[in-house]
Ligand binder design. Structure first.
Ligand SMILES: NC(=O)c1ccc[n+]([C@@H]2O[C@H](COP(=O)([O-])OP(=O)(O)OC[C@H]3O[C@@H](n4cnc5c(N)ncnc54)[C@H](OP(=O)(O)O)[C@@H]3O)[C@@H](O)[C@H]2O)c1
Length: 243
């Protein structure tokens, strides 16, 4: 039987959403490929999964370094020949202290666009041969409800919380729609998912009502394992459309 494969970006932290997604996909029988810009941080997490009896590999993947995207794709081609699930989970540090577009640090905007939008875009392009080699690949772009501050046309003169992050996630949702349209004649489905407020960074002060990463991961895994007639080009939280 062909091995089902899933690659997750930004899997450098045991408490992060990426590792929770990797764990749940491994439980569903996927060979999970945990990636981080510093592979020595993904390797112990892959080793932990292997120790628990799941097939897992760690690879270096830095979204700002195109050669690492090519090397990861070459590894997938050699080892499996296909990729069933791509989770674009990695994200730049959030500019929480800025509260309006007028306050946004343009270097932070540039960096957020690089890591949250252009990196995933280039990754999809680079991995297209292995994605199309799978029977029906799924691409999940991990976004944020903060994108809706822009999409919903709120009065942005009043405030725009975390402008670099929110703007990049809004553009990521647009990328999801554009890729879904470009892939409409293939079995590949592409969706954005908001994981919800999640307690992944207690050292930075998570929201009081933030939920555990394992709970937030479920909606991402749902989008990663959609049936053939599932939605594409949408934005969801816990399987429910967000608009
Ligand atoms: N936590 C929440 O409440 C929440 C809410 C809404 C949306 N989200 C989204 O959920 C996703 C996961 O968030 P999280 O809270 O689990 O945070 P996290 O663990 O900090 O995940 C971010 C990951 O992105 C990686 N990364 C940063 N720059 C990179 C680059 N150039 N190339 C490759 N990887 C890079 C980080 O690696 P390093 O460790 O090397 O920096 C880290 O592994 C993100 O897309 C986030 O925007 C989270």
């Amino acid at each position: 039987m062909t091995t089902k494969t899933a690659l997750i970006t930004g899997t450098s932290r045991a408490g992060g959403i990426g590792f929770a997604v990797a764990h749940q996909l491994a439980e569903q029988g996927y060979h999970v490929i945990l990636t981080a810009r510093d592979v020595s941080r993904a390797e112990p997490l892959a080793a932990q999964l292997r120790h628990d009896g799941y097939p897992a590999t760690a690879l270096r993947l830095d979204l700002t370094d195109a050669s690492s995207l090519t090397e990861a794709t070459e590894h997938l081609t050699r080892s499996f020949g296909h990729l069933d699930v791509l989770i674009n989970n990695a994200s730049d540090v959030v500019d929480f202290t800025a509260l309006s577009a007028l306050e946004a640090d343009i270097d932070a905007v540039r960096s957020a666009l690089d890591i949250d939008v252009l990196g995933p875009w280039q990754l999809v392009q680079t991995m297209l041969p292995v994605l199309t080699a799978a029977p029906a690949a799924r691409i999940v772009n991990v976004s944020s409800v903060s994108a809706l501050q822009i999409a919903a046309g709120l009065d942005l003169r009043a405030s725009l919380r975390a402008p670099a992050h929110s703007f990049a996630k809004h553009v990521l949702n647009v990328l999801t729609e554009v890729l879904a349209r470009a892939l409409k004649d293939t079995p590949i489905l592409v969706n954005s998912v908001d994981p919800g407020d999640t307690a992944t960074h207690p050292e930075r002060g998570d929201e009081a009502d933030a939920r555990p990463a394992s709970e937030s991961a479920r909606g991402i895994v749902w989008a990663a394992t959609l049936p053939h007639d599932g939605p594409t080009g949408g934005f969801f939280r816990d399987g429910v459309p967000l608009t």
